[in-house]
Design a protein around this ligand. Sequence first.
Ligand SMILES: [Zn+2]
Length: 283
Amino acid sequence: MRWGILSIIAALALVAGCAATGGNPGAVERLYVFNCGESTVPDLSRWTPGVNVGKPGAFSANCYLIRHAKGWMMWDSGINDNVATMPNGFQRGKLSPHYILRKPLRFALSEITVDPAKIEHVAFSHTHGDHVGNGNLFTGATLYMQQAEYDIAFGAEAVSKWNFEVTSYDKLRANKTIKLNGDHDIFGDGSVVIIATPGHTPGHQSLLVRLPKTGPVILSGDMVHLQDNWTHRRVPVFNFDAATSRQSMEKVAALMQKTGARLWINHDKVQSDALPKAPQFIE
Ligand SMILES: [Zn+2]
């Protein structure tokens, strides 16, 4: 009998979960979008093979903070706040993005009276410098990372092979960490779900967020960089695995079809410029 009751409870929990995934807003209260850097590149075709050869391009770099009834979650952390102190911005190499940062993330968080050390959950789409730049602010959070990404981010070849800026996130080695091998529902109600989207890096991930008024959105990470790349399913030349990248795009397309979610593309500057930025928020 005891097991029977537990089964009923489990079934009810499943029903509740289904309700949350079927359009119920769940318990996300609001989402803040931060401008965590902007960049220009001299030759956009590295991101858009076959087109834009020799043409410059511009990217946004956003960070996102989600207020859920059960706590805060940070998604991506932009380029390092130190770039805000560099009068000419920062560029790693000649073909690399040239970054500027107008408002440090730490300051933007203080404007909404959020102490980064008290944020309960943190995840990054992947370990590139424009996403983990301020990772070390979130030492009090549970870290959610795909096992494949964790292994390279905290492995012996993080710098030598992967060119990761380890000093931006190395303190998180001590965080409580949940290593993933696929999708993961952060709060257990379907309202904030990590979607495994490998390809750009081995353990890349995106995030489904069910906003109470706006509806479901998917935060892309670098699963795709530009709306035009999404339309044409283009894969940048430097992605870790092109075929896996395309599979991840199709996975997200199917999820959008199923949920009605919109895709918010982190680096698409035109799209990002249209989103209200913190201290404003989106419901
Ligand atoms: Zn990026």
